[in-house]
Design a protein around this ligand. Structure first.
Ligand code: DHB
Ligand code: FE
Length: 280
């Protein structure tokens, strides 16, 4: 039977990619941020997952405002990275796991999620940066990928409760999967940030702390607010916390403990956060 080793949650700010390419990890600006990742790397090196089920949001690369699925699941053999406009280098491609993707898709459709299925799919910085951070020297990613994209970009957005339920349905799919893979669940984005409008630069450490404190054992606390309330509390891009909430749902209902946590403000315009949850 497949085994879920736990969850890795991280911000995905594009400028991290630039810092990696320049080798700025130990500079005063970047060090407090990058210092959050060695514990995640050690955990992954111990647990050796074979597959990553990754909840993220596309930022106008594979989907644009003209066609925006609320939930999309990749079922491709390979996912190439491209830069949607930040001037980032193109990072490594991901090997897919189409059989597991289709198994999850069947579960979701049976559970009445009207998802989009993607047999070809480009992935942006929201996927490549989280992997660069934890597998910095890998010649190829050591895990196969099942990407699940949530619309956090164009209103109307799915509710936090719906995202949690999506994750819970993915968990049921993982439970009934007959393979023997070790699976890491990943949620990327957030925490609080707003890139545009009158509140550009908005950050809310109190709300971020509430989210991090609730994630392991009280995810219900995160789904009480409407998405508009979440935008008010976390900024118009801070609503990427929806990806974390869905990933938490995919871990299942048992107790979880924090293996590691880091929180640093700011990286670019973002309250940058890293967490690992493992079964208690
Ligand atoms: C930034 C943060 C993001 O989550 C993103 O997708 C793009 C930019 C930023 O803070 O610069
Ligand atoms: Fe983002």
């Amino acid at each position: 039977m497949a085994r879920i080793i736990g969850g890795y949650f991280t911000s995905h700010v594009p400028s991290i990619g630039g810092a990696i390419v320049r080798g700025d990890q130990q500079t005063p600006y970047w060090k407090p941020f990058f210092d959050g990742y060695p514990p995640v790397r050690e955990w992954l090196a111990e647990e050796k997952p074979d597959v990553a089920v990754c909840f993220y949001n596309d930022h106008g690369l594979n989907f644009f405002l003209d066609k925006m699925p609320t939930f999309a699941v990749g079922a491709a053999e390979v996912y190439h990275n491209e830069d949607e406009g930040w001037g980032l280098p193109v990072f490594k491609s991901f090997e897919g796991h189409p059989a597991l993707s289709w198994h999850i898709i069947e579960q979701l459709v049976n559970d009445e999620f009207d998802i989009t299925t993607c047999q070809s799919m480009l992935v942006d910085h929201a996927l490549s940066i989280p992997f660069e951070l934890v597998y910095p020297d890998a010649p190829a990613w050591p895990v196969k990928l099942v990407p699940i994209a949530i619309n956090t970009v164009q209103f109307p957005l799915p509710s936090a409760r719906r995202c949690l339920a999506l994750g819970q349905a993915v968990h049921r799919g993982l439970e009934s999967w007959q393979g023997d893979e070790r699976i890491v669940v990943i949620g990327t984005g957030g925490l609080s940030h707003q890139l545009d409008g009158e509140r550009a630069g908005f950050i809310n450490p109190d709300y971020d702390r509430f989210c991090m404190d609730s994630l392991a054992n009280d995810p219900e606390a995160l789904v009480a607010d409407t998405t508009k309330e979440i935008v008010r509390k976390s900024g118009s891009q801070g609503v990427e916390i929806l990806n974390w909430i869905a990933a938490r749902g995919a871990l299942g209902e048992g107790g979880f403990r924090e293996k590691t946590r880091n929180y640093h403000v700011p990286i670019s315009n973002t309250a940058a956060a890293t967490m690992v949850l493992e079964p208690a």
